[in-house]
Ligand binder design. Structure first.
Ligand code: SDX
Length: 386
């Protein structure tokens, strides 16, 4: 066996430089271009955060006004994209987003007259329209008008979801979750988008790579899975017994652990505070007691403490989304849509990095050594079952 060390999951492998975000996993710190995630979640809007990630600075009032207007102007969808979305019947919303991204890429490809910034704004603004057009068409056969004059993406999303303008509490809560999910260094889906960009493939291909990668339950799909975990238990005692049984069976507890955070994920702390504000209006969700019990166990039980496994952002986001009226299958797209900003920012860095090269790692070969070819008539009559 080769003495080459394989870095499984590329753990602790440094692939490129970036200025978009910084994580100190030991102390649970996250900065967006130097600004603390707590400050961003408390004081800014998602559109301000996107501007910061894409342009490297917080916008002036005029810049933000223009940027908001640019995004609002991109909410309608071509008829052909709507027809594609109508065809994709009982898909998962993440598959709808992936399909809509590809369809839009066929109709509005990057070109001499449509540069990356325009495509970036287009996708950011069009994703909520794609998703909610599909949702309303397949839930109730309605063909909704996706263009609204809602001032923000969160307000637009909630308006299309319910068919009427949303209240300030829900808009603020969704906007805060979009800020928290916007960017996170070289996580698997951002890395996938960068790998695609490293071949100089087009922008839609890079974003489609990101969407497909985020879909997995170990990554963006975890918020939907964490909700399913919490819903399994009726009482805190049941939760404790169930969790111990899961660990005994070596099952993963969704919503816990992180490759980089070996301390509390700062986003989990913030989303929990935002969830408490939601519960003040919607009423305390009985599942919150189950979640708090699971968290208590994780913070005390030796299995978690020894491995430094803390609740991550996906553990609490699901309970909040559920209290706001979202169905669990919508949770991951509520992660993917804001993460498009991070994919965009990192994609742009990839293209402008003079040191960047096409991604092409190596393998450790464990197959056959050289062997002579065998003509088919000499291969016998056996059938290998797959
Ligand atoms: C996101 O990378 C990012 O930044 C991602 C993200 C972002 O914003 O983009 O933060 C979003 O994806 C958050 C993570 C969401 N996923 C989950 O909640 C799924 C459950 N978590 C695990 O699958 C896991 O913790 C990962 C995938 C998040 C991290 O996996 P690692 O770094 O490969 O950890 P590991 O497998 O090396 O774990 C070390 C030990 C192992 O046990 P031992 O072999 O030492 O005995 O911890 C155990 C693991 O079995 N472990 C868990 C566990 N996570 C790790 N055991 C039970 N439940 C878990 N959730």
């Amino acid at each position: 066996m080769s003495d080459i060390e394989i870095k499984r999951g590329l753990k602790d492998v440094y692939f490129a430089t970036s200025e978009a975000s910084f994580i100190d996993g030991n102390i649970g710190k996250l900065l967006y271009r130097g600004y603390n995630i707590d400050d961003m979640a408390r004081n800014s809007t998602f559109e301000e955060t996107v501007y910061l990630l894409l342009f490297g600075k917080l916008p002036t009032a005029k810049e933000l006004l223009d940027f908001d207007a640019q995004l609002r102007a991109n909410r309608t969808l071509p008829r052909e994209v709507l027809q594609v979305i109508e065809i994709v019947q009982a898909s998962h919303p993440m598959d709808v987003l992936r399909t809509g991204c590809s369809a839009l890429g066929c109709l509005e490809p990057e070109s001499a007259t449509r540069d990356q910034h325009q495509v970036a704004d287009r996708l950011l603004a069009a994703f909520p329209s794609m998703l909610l057009y599909w949702y309303q068409f397949h839930a109730g056969g309605k063909r909704i008008e996706t263009e609204t004059d809602d001032p923000s993406m969160a307000a637009h999303f909630l308006h299309l979801l319910s068919g009427k303008p949303a209240d300030e509490m829900r808009i603020r809560a969704l906007d805060a979750s979009f800020i928290l999910y916007a960017e996170h260094e070289f996580n698997a889906s951002t890395f996938a988008a960068r790998i695609t960009a490293s071949t100089l493939a087009d922008f839609y291909s890079a974003i489609t790579s990101g969407i497909g990668t985020l879909r997995g339950p170990l990554h963006g799909g975890a918020n939907e899975e964490a909700m399913a975990l919490i819903e399994r238990f009726q009482t805190p005692d049941e939760a404790e017994a169930g969790l111990m049984d899961m660990l005994a069976r070596k099952q993963l507890v969704m919503g816990f652990g992180h490759r980089v955070y070996k301390n509390y994920d700062p986003r989990a702390r913030i989303i929990k505070q935002v969830a408490d504000q939601v519960f003040e209006v919607t009423g305390k969700d009985p599942m919150l007691n189950i979640a708090l019990e699971l968290e208590r166990i994780a913070l005390e039980d030796d299995y978690f403490v020894k491995r430094r496994l803390y609740p991550n952002v996906d553990f609490y986001s699901g309970i909040m989304y559920e209290a706001m009226g979202f169905k669990p299958e919508m949770f991951t797209v509520l992660f993917a849509i804001p993460r498009t900003a991070g994919w965009l920012a990192q994609w742009q860095e990839m293209l402008t990095d003079p040191e960047q090269k096409i991604a092409r790692p190596r393998q450790v070969w464990i197959g056959h050594d050289t062997r002579p070819f065998v003509p088919i008539e000499q291969r016998g009559t056996g059938v290998v079952t797959r």
